[in-house]
Write a protein that binds this ligand. Structure first.
Ligand code: HEM
Length: 519
């Protein structure tokens, strides 16, 4: 009995010591080590780190609409905005128990994102994001990542853009009869981009995939709602919240829908109705999952995870790009007019074709300026697994690096005093000239081996939709519009973007007589 008591006491002491080590000693050690190298930051607070402060700053900055300007950093990442001024270009903040080095130094960003030796890896996503993406491309690594990356690069090529036109026509059909009226575009582009990704990747339409989108939207909501909550490591293993139960249900239902889609394709091949799985993304995934060569084969789980990933990644990002581009063109009608002239020069009133799309210079400048001011993905993370040297810093293991795209894109040291001004002209000689060949000055799609696999697709999809809108309508910002950008994974307009549309009349002397292909 006496012996048992001693063993029990020893076990209690060990557990208490381990907790003390994790919750206090390690954070203090990391903080000391970074401070000794000149990296300062807001002090660590027991268990919550700086999560509460960050959450409160975000709530305060986004509680009200903002003035009609593009000063987004203080609103979307108020903590980065405030703390780089207080602590310097790179500083240490705490995401709960996890140290996070915020890096806004361009050279260091290049070093981290260009890494090919596995020194900086993708961090383990929060539990709800894992349910959303599974082990899909954004989070996978090694051979699994390489196989999926190859398939998706092949699937989202120029050819795949054919789907954008029918989707745009369907959307514009809904604009008919709204001449001189107000329409809200964020909601419309949401359906448009969902329709494009459904057709391109899965050979279906938004209507057919509606259930899937709705469930994934609910999962996204849960993921975002929980992203600033810190879970205690031991307690969270035993206590399940309502969000845990709901997200598990949604995860299972989404999986069921994907498997149904997969079985339907497989049955067509088995039944002789189709000779192959198809050339779209789903078809290529299925081909790979049945590959006789084991080195090329992917598992059934991978098919499900990649489908979920592309449904999510392929719609919301493009949606926000389109929305903010239209918003900026509605605000700066002189640029809208320039873009319209160019569209008519290349396509007249006919369908946009790939050759002409790649030559739309003004449109590319406008889209780049939009991606600079309103980058859909305003920041992302890397994880330091083993001790590593970054620039002149020695980084301890188990540290995350937060890279703020938004901070770099709005940095007056890079973009000059007018960094917050919408001026597509800065891209007139191309991106390399605008950034003085500094790739970390403008990286809306990331840098290095993990850059966005859908970047070309997203830009072309936006160009097609905008060209088709410009051919048919002129638009201005509605007096009802309220400027309220908000981060919800991507930077979205919290209250939508309302514009007034007027049918374009190009049968005038300036542009000659043109037959506009109305849907
Ligand atoms: C304007 C639209 C888009 C923006 C701004 C954007 C932005 C990004 C960024 C910044 C990354 C890199 C993240 C990192 O390094 O951690 C990324 C990766 C990724 N994006 Fe996009 N994206 C867009 C559209 C798309 C589309 C349309 C698709 C799908 C068709 C897509 C699929 C992906 C995937 C799968 C990855 C992970 C790639 C990998 O890790 O190998 N994105 N995106």
């Amino acid at each position: 009995m006496w012996m048992f008591g001693r063993v029990f006491m020893a076990a209690v002491v060990i557990v208490v010591w381990k907790c003390f080590e994790k919750l206090w000693l390690r954070p203090m050690r990391v903080q000391r080590e970074m401070r000794a190298q000149g990296v300062r930051g807001p002090g660590y607070k027991l268990i919550e780190g700086n999560s509460r402060e960050i959450f409160d700053m975000r709530v305060a900055s986004m509680s009200q609409p903002m003035e009609l300007s593009h000063r987004l950093l203080p609103r979307i990442q108020p903590y980065v905005h405030t703390w780089i001024q207080t602590y310097g270009t790179n500083y240490l903040q705490w995401d709960g128990l996890n140290p996070q080095l915020v890096v806004t130094d361009a050279e260091m960003i290049k070093e981290v994102l260009n890494d090919k030796d596995g020194a900086y890896v993708k961090p383990e996503p929060p539990v709800y994001f894992r349910k959303l993406f599974g082990d899909g491309l954004p989070y996978s690594a090694g051979e699994k990542w390489a196989k999926s990356r190859k398939i998706s690069t092949h699937a989202f090529n120029g050819e795949s853009l054919k789907a954008s036109q029918p989707s745009a026509e369907l959307m514009l059909e809904g604009w008919r009869g709204s001449d001189g009226k107000e329409i809200e575009v964020y909601g419309m582009f949401k359906l448009f981009t969902a329709d494009v990704i459904s057709r391109t990747a899965f050979g279906s339409s938004y209507e057919q995939g509606k259930n899937m989108f709705e469930m994934l939207s609910e999962l996204t909501l849960i993921a975002v709602r929980n992203s600033f909550k810190n879970k205690l490591p031991v307690i969270s293993k035993f206590w399940r919240s309502a969000d845990d139960a709901e997200s598990e249900r949604l995860e299972n239902e989404v999986k069921g829908l994907v498997l149904k889609m997969v079985r339907s394709r497989e049955e067509k091949v088995l039944g002789g109705e189709a000779s192959g799985y198809g050339d779209d993304f789903l078809g290529l995934l299925l081909k790979a999952s049945h590959d006789a060569d084991e080195s090329r084969r992917i598992g059934a789980e991978a098919v499900v995870d990649e489908c979920k990933t592309f449904y999510v990644a392929g719609s919301d990002t493009s949606n926000t790009l389109l929305t903010w581009t239209v918003f900026l063109m509605a605000l700066h009608t002189e640029w809208q007019e320039e873009a319209r002239k160019e569209v008519f020069e290349h396509f007249g009133g006919g369908k946009p074709h790939p050759d002409g799309l790649s030559r739309l210079k003004t449109m590319s400048m406008i889209i780049n300026e939009c991606l600079r001011l309103y980058p859909p993905t305003p920041g992302f993370l890397r994880h330091v697994e083993k001790r590593v040297t970054l620039g002149n810093l020695e980084l301890p293991h188990n540290l995350n690096i937060f890279i703020s795209t938004l901070a770099l894109h709005h940095d007056t040291k890079i973009w000059g005093k007018e960094a917050q001004v919408f001026n597509p002209g800065r891209f007139s000689e191309g991106v390399a000239r605008a950034t003085d060949k500094n790739i970390a000055a403008f990286f809306p799609f990331g840098i290095g081996p993990r850059t966005c696999v859908g970047s070309h697709f997203a830009v072309m999809e936006a160009k097609i939709a905008i060209a088709m809108i410009l051919q048919r309508y002129k638009f201005t910002l509605s007096p009802n519009y309220v400027h309220s950008p908000r981060q919800f994974i991507t930077i979205r307009p919290q209250l939508g973007v309302q514009i007034i549309i007027t049918a374009t009349n190009y049968n005038d002397a300036e542009h000659g007589s043109m037959q506009i292909a109305l849907p």
